[in-house]
Design a protein around this ligand. Structure first.
Ligand code: FPP
Length: 228
């Protein structure tokens, strides 16, 4: 059974982590993937229901080709390579974003793992790849128009998202001390909580997930009302 807490993660600082060690930026992304596995296990142990991971934004194509190619390689090889990890731990993967511009190997790998993990229900992980919040809203509006809906409301937009069954994010956490949303989950962020920690993403583990959960527990969510 899936629990309900939904955490969004902006995994920042891979490049800085690598540069501090005189390593290429790509080494930071590989270390970031290892951190991701520690964090996912921590999320499961602490009853988190959903993780949405900002892996590659609609703006990240501007990075050097070598780095983009490396990340696309991670999305195809590592995602399929980690299938036993996902299945052993009950992790179901979903894709969030516009998949069509991705290399065909990455698209095939992602479809494959999404299908092979579809029966898992301990933790739902949305991989946001070629994802942008503004793009997500535009795609939802276009989907609605294609269905012949002529009046756009917040419910129409939300129900035409890529994975409308996933509940809105409860808290967004960003590593490496940055304080921006950077086009991540901007629609559902309307009432989400936000935390930012100095630690660079490749150093994250279960401790950080516990901190996020604690921070969330201390917030008084008012949703525009008067709260508790
Ligand atoms: C931001 O750090 C991080 C990214 C753009 C990539 C995040 C991707 C991963 C952690 C790997 C995920 C892999 C799979 C298979 C799901 P940055 O490069 O902007 O760091 P900087 O700000 O220090 O330069």
């Amino acid at each position: 059974m899936v629990n309900s807490l939904h955490i969004g993660l902006i995994m920042d600082g891979n490049g800085r982590w690598a540069t501090a060690r005189h390593l290429p930026r790509t080494a930071g992304h590989l270390a970031g993937l290892k951190a991701l596995k520690r964090v996912a296990l921590g999320a499961i142990r602490n009853n988190v229901g959903y993780l949405t991971l900002y892996c590659f934004s609609t703006e990240n194509w501007k990075r050097p080709k070598e780095e983009v190619d490396y990340l696309m390689g991670l999305f195809s090889e590592k995602v399929t390579g980690e299938l036993p990890f996902f299945n052993d731990n009950g992790i179901r993967l979903l894709f969030l974003g516009d998949m069509f511009p991705l290399p065909s190997e990455a698209q095939e790998a992602l479809h494959f793992v999404i299908e092979k993990t579809a029966a898992n229900d301990r933790l739902i992980v949305q991989l946001a790849i070629n994802y942008g919040g503004q793009d997500e809203i535009c795609r939802a509006v276009n989907r609605a128009l294609e269905k012949g809906i002529s009046r756009i409301t917040p419910d129409v937009i939300r129900s035409n998202f890529d994975n409308p069954e996933v509940p809105p994010v409860d808290i967004i956490a960003r590593s490496a001390g940055e304080m921006r949303l950077s086009n991540f989950l901007i629609w559902d962020a309307a009432y989400a909580e936000f935390v930012s920690y100095e630690k660079l993403w490749p150093d994250w583990d279960e401790y950080d997930i516990v901190n996020i959960i604690k921070a969330f527990g201390q917030r008084n969510r008012k949703f525009g009302g008067l709260g508790k």
